[in-house]
Design a protein around this ligand. Structure first.
Ligand code: NAP
Length: 254
């Protein structure tokens, strides 16, 4: 039912993890894909091979999304190579795991630049292209439980996700009349490279078992990608400024 044939989608931080799963899912639905990485070139190339095998056009672009110049080069490249951009999945994130007492101004600024400012700058730089999308263009950010809950050693990233959700609502307000939807997927705990380094990872994954309201089935990166696919498709044209949670119901369980 979802057919994105002819659409062009950029997924930031798509060399691995949830970003890679989103890129593959969008390609399976027919979209051509721009994969973005910062350091993991060979991993990004492997994702590109998967997408090529689906018969889609794919490009792999190195860009640090915390840097305005890199974002401008990335969007220029997309305009030149693909001539259009319909979907942005702002997935890349960093920040590390640290106590609130150890956050330095440098950590704070670095985390906010990658996790929050990137979405704003991507939209600022790409808005003219997005506006030309024949349907409604879709911008989707990735958030986490840390936006609204206290997670051990996660204050820096969690705070950035709360800001991200707010900025998405404000962008939706400004861009709705220009044919652009901005929404967020708030994912529960998913096994990826980043969560393997999470302090108390065993406890957190164990905790999923009793808080899940979907039996013994837990959120995988593909489940997050399914929600992104919905928000990237015309089926979500009337969903605007929203945060969609994909977490087995964990956040509403006492
Ligand atoms: N895993 C979870 O449980 C979970 C839960 C909720 C939300 N999320 C969110 O989902 C998203 C993906 O998480 P993940 O667990 O899949 O992460 P991950 O496995 O650590 O992958 C992070 C990706 O972001 C890229 N990246 C990091 N900094 C970048 C930068 N400055 N510029 C461009 N790319 C950059 C990395 O690229 P390189 O490898 O090339 O450097 C990599 O592709 C994040 O926004 C995260 O906060 C994750």
């Amino acid at each position: 039912m979802i057919d994105l044939t002819g659409y062009v989608a950029l997924v930031t931080g798509s060399s691995r993890g949830i970003g890679a799963a989103c890129a593959v899912r969008l390609a399976e639905a027919g979209a051509d894909i721009i994969l973005n990485y910062c350091t993991s070139r060979s991993a990004a190339d492997q994702v590109a091979e998967q997408i090529q095998a689906l018969g889609r056009r794919v490009a792999v672009v190195k860009a640090d999304v915390s840097e305005r110049d890199d974002i401008e080069s990335l969007i220029d490249f997309i305009e030149e190579r693909f001539g259009r951009l319909d979907i942005i999945v702002s997935n890349a994130a960093s920040g590390g795991f640290r106590s609130m007492m150890s956050i330095t101004p440098q950590n704070f600024v670095g985390t906010m630049k990658t996790n929050v400012l990137a979405l704003i700058q991507l939209v600022q730089v790409a808005s003219k292209l997005l506006e030309k999308s024949p349907g409604r263009a879709k911008v989707i950010g990735l958030s986490s439980h840390g936006a609204a809950m206290a997670v051990p050693m996660y204050g820096s990233v969690g705070g950035s996700k709360a800001a991200l959700e707010s900025f998405a609502r404000h962008l939706a307000l400004e861009l709705g009349d220009r044919g652009i939807n901005v929404n967020i997927v708030r994912a529960g705990l998913v096994a990826t490279d980043s969560t393997s380094k999470l302090p108390y990872a065993d406890m957190m994954f164990e905790g999923r078992k009793w808080r899940s309201m979907t039996g013994d089935r837990f959120v995988e990166k593909e489940d997050v990608a399914n929600a992104v696919l919905f928000l990237a498709s015309p089926l979500s044209d009337m969903v605007q400024g929203e945060t969609l949670t994909v977490d087995c119901g964990a956040q509403v369980h006492v």
